[in-house]
Design a protein around this ligand. Structure first.
Ligand SMILES: Nc1ncnc2c1ncn2[C@@H]1O[C@H](COP(=O)(O)OP(=O)(O)OP(=O)(O)O)[C@@H](O)[C@H]1O
Ligand SMILES: [Zn+2]
Length: 757
């Protein structure tokens, strides 16, 4: 986790900006969204002179035969040497596109993750802006009836159809597009019809003419919730003690963390300011958004990767204009302009989706802290299972911990039990006591969740005659068998293959599914419990829009079985859910990644936390062959808190994060010799700067040595002190681009990697 010392990097990033003050600047330093380490020098467009006000403005420049849009990150007086510089074609912005604070945070980010500035800057701009469009003026589009609407046309509208519904709603009012989005599904088509008939028109309205946001009151908070709200409130802008502070809201599942956020967010809106709430990717469901809108009204906007470009630009512009809004979004929402920010919230702060796994590998959680510090705001991290990095910071007193120890609204925590399956006959992966518990729960009118974190029918297809296993040729891993539609699929690279009729090795006909996936569980549970609906929730069954919601609402009010992967582990309130059966616990016990136990503990606690959230008591069964495994006995007797304390002690003893800081250099190539060569050159290059402070591992194949046809290797750097690691990276990374072996590999640097694979 990032703390004060690491922020000093920003001074270096700001170095170029300093050049801007030199009086005789003649060269523009332009960051382009290319995987190259430094900005490019250009002369200004003909007839224009440069000064520091160019910094932060976009320019169009020639690049080879192409024209690219880049951002001026510095201006300099340095003579260009013998190189002939090309001229920029045009200046796009007259003033910086990004607010100051965001600009500096992005510089910090490029510096800290050792990523090209141009790529970092591009992350903070919707596609249109990256292509040189001017930002939309803040304000909103509204629709209203035309004054001279033709009444004959109105009479021809079919009663009850969408155009007619829209027409009715527009009687004597104009409606905002955002409002229409929430109130009338499919209104856009209807609006276009009415517009074509000359009945309605679309107008731009200034943001200020909007009605004030409408919010409704929440629950009466319990004492712990209230104390949490009070502590954060004391740091909000305007309060006597206003300023940066990181809070950890450490509250058990179902303890009402979301209510704490909502209470604070309502205050932020009432004071006319902005807030961001980061949520995990799979938690950004319509259910979540509805809950926020119900409480906070129309001032809630969403941000996620599936958003249409138009929406994106509109949201970006409204935020940039400091409109009072609450933005609920996934990882990249942390890079939006927030000139009016008062609070940043990170829900389920331990969630893996906050770490970007390609391109610029940033942690949205860490960046949120950097931004909060730069903006002088409180930042609230919420979780029932905080990550160890966060807990370590809290122990050191860097974060202030706020606790919610009881479930809100009188619900009790679920009762968790290990179910020893050794020597038991399993029926389709389920032990007899688990099946009996499922039956009892259904007969008592409750809902059951069978959790298995493997989608598909079976994790492998095996020939019982000769032992052949169907593998992905590009990844050397077993392919997953799927039934609907029948196919083999590689879950690592997405490759698909037809099901072989006979064993390709021995031509035998004894091909058998090996192991259990969610699809198979759904099939077998449907046969075992034919009177009850059995619904499956995983990535395959939920491809359509709102599919999760639809499936959940189908089962919400009656006894039923849900079969699901980690998609079901968070963000859902299922009032009837009484029993959770967890399969495949043992898979997690044997992983080699040092973070595997932490992830498994988090997953188990979160899944268990879905049970018994309302009036019915919750019960959780963990099926395992290792009932005495210290991980399980520890988690059961001492809960997450005790697990975390032990895990932290182990990490300290072994010199692992959070007591060490890591950077992982990955390389992949057609042949292992190519990545070995590159990594060896990289290691040699670093050798001079290694030593007591920074350690380099041996060059090793990645835990998954082959993927999508590429052979993969890695080199791990670690240091007890973050500044030592950063100092090395700063000198080292720029040299990697020019190593002789670089042309034969694809490489990437991951600072604070969350996975060592
Ligand atoms: N003060 C309160 N009084 C009554 N009910 C409450 C109160 N606070 C929260 N609840 C209810 O308790 C349930 C759990 O609350 P919430 O979803 O906010 O918990 P959470 O800690 O965010 O849960 P999780 O992290 O497990 O998803 C919800 O149904 C919520 O409406
Ligand atoms: Zn594959």
């Amino acid at each position: 986790m990032i703390h004060r010392d690491s922020l000093h990097g920003s001074a270096a990033a700001a170095g170029l900006v300093e050049d801007g003050h030199s009086p005789a600047a003649t060269v523009l330093q332009v960051a382009l969204a290319l995987p190259l380490p430094s900005p490019f020098d250009y002369l200004p467009p003909a007839g224009q002179t440069i000064n520091r006000h160019w910094i932060g403005c976009r320019v169009e420049v020639p690049f080879g035969p192409r024209r690219l849009i880049g951002m001026v990150v510095g201006v300099s007086a340095r003579p260009p040497g013998d190189r002939r510089l090309r001229q920029a074609l045009r200046r796009i912005d007259q003033q910086p596109l990004l607010p100051d604070e965001l600009w500096h945070t992005l510089h910090w980010m490029a510096d800290y993750y050792h990523a090209p500035w141009g790529e970092v800057l591009a992350l903070a701009q919707p596609a249109g802006l990256r292509q040189g469009d001017t930002p939309e003026s803040p304000g909103r589009w509204v629709w209203r009836r035309c004054d001279n609407a033709d009444h004959h046309a109105v009479q021809r509208l079919r009663r009850g159809a969408l155009p007619e519904q829209l027409w009715q709603r527009l009687e004597a009012v104009e409606l905002d597009e955002d409002e229409l989005d929430t109130r009338l599904e499919g209104w856009r088509g209807a609006a276009r019809r009415l517009q074509a008939l000359g009945l309605v028109e679309r107008l731009r309205r200034a943001a200020s003419s909007l009605p004030p946001p409408q919010a409704s009151a929440g629950f009466t908070l319990n004492d712990e919730q209230q104390a949490a709200v009070d502590a954060v409130r004391a740091r909000l802008p305007g309060a006597a003690n206003a300023g940066f502070q990181t809070f950890l809201l450490d509250g058990i599942t179902g303890s009402g963390k979301t209510e704490v956020y909502l209470e604070l967010l309502a205050e932020v809106l009432a004071s006319g300011r902005q807030a961001v709430v980061l949520v995990p990717e799979i938690a950004l469901t319509p259910q979540t958004v509805r809950r926020f809108r119900r409480r906070l009204g129309e001032a809630v906007l969403v941000w996620h990767s599936g958003l249409a470009e138009g929406e994106r630009r509109k949201t970006w512009a409204r935020l940039a204009a400091a409109e009072p809004l609450v933005l609920v979004g996934t990882r990249s929402a942390v890079l939006l302009p927030l000139p009016g920010a008062a609070l940043i919230v990170i829900d389920e702060e331990h969630d893996g989706s906050y770490k970007q796994q390609d391109g610029v590998r940033y942690s949205a959680r860490d960046l949120a802290l950097v931004r909060a510090q730069a903006l002088g705001l409180p930042v609230l991290l919420g979780s029932a299972t905080p990550c160890l990095e966060t807990l370590a910071q809290a122990q050191r007193g860097r974060y202030q911990t706020l606790r919610l120890r009881t479930r809100a609204g009188g619900a009790r925590p679920p009762q968790v039990e290990v179910l020893d399956v050794r020597k038991q006959t399993l029926q389709e992966g389920l032990a007899a006591p688990a099946l009996a518990a499922i039956r009892r729960t259904l007969e008592g009118g409750g809902q059951v969740l069978v959790f298995r974190n493997r989608r598909g029918y079976a994790p492998a297809l095996l020939c019982h005659d000769c032992g052949f296993v169907a593998q992905c040729a590009r990844c050397d891993r077993p392919m997953t068998l799927h039934r609907a539609p029948p196919r083999l699929e590689c879950h690592h690279c997405g490759a698909q293959a037809r099901l072989p009729a006979a064993c390709p090795d021995c031509q035998g006909l004894a091909l058998q599914p090996q192991g259990i996936g969610t699809e198979r569980l759904q099939d077998s549970l449907t046969q075992m419990f034919p009177q009850y609906p059995v619904l499956r929730i995983d990535r395959d069954s939920t491809r359509g829009k709102d599919a999760v919601e639809r499936l959940l609402s189908e089962s919400a009010t009656r006894p039923s079985i849900l079969v699901g992967t980690q998609m079901l582990a968070k963000g859902h309130d299922l009032p009837l859910l009484q029993l959770v059966v967890v399969l495949g616990v043992d898979d997690g016990l044997h992983s080699i990644d040092f973070r595997a136990p932490e992830r498994l503990a988090q997953l188990l606690i979160q899944v268990a936390g879905r049970a018994g959230r309302a009036q019915r008591p919750g019960h959780v069964l963990l099926q395992t062959h290792h009932p005495q495994h210290p991980f399980l006995t520890g988690l059961l007797s001492g809960g997450y808190r005790q697990f975390a304390e032990q895990a932290l002690a182990e990490r300290q003893a072994l010199g692992l994060p959070p007591y060490a800081h890591l950077a992982l250099l990955r390389a992949e190539a057609q042949s292992p010799s190519a990545w070995r060569e590159f990594l060896q050159q990289a290691r040699d290059q670093a050798a001079a700067w290694l030593g007591q402070q920074v350690d380099a591992s041996a060059i090793l194949p990645a835990p998954m040595p082959k993927r999508a046809g590429y052979s993969r290797g890695q080199l791990l750097l670690s240091a007890a002190q973050r500044p030592a690691l950063q100092a090395l990276l700063k000198r080292w990374v720029p040299t990697l681009y020019d190593l002789p072996g670089v042309r034969k590999v694809r490489w990437s640097l991951d600072v604070d990697p969350s996975e060592l694979g």
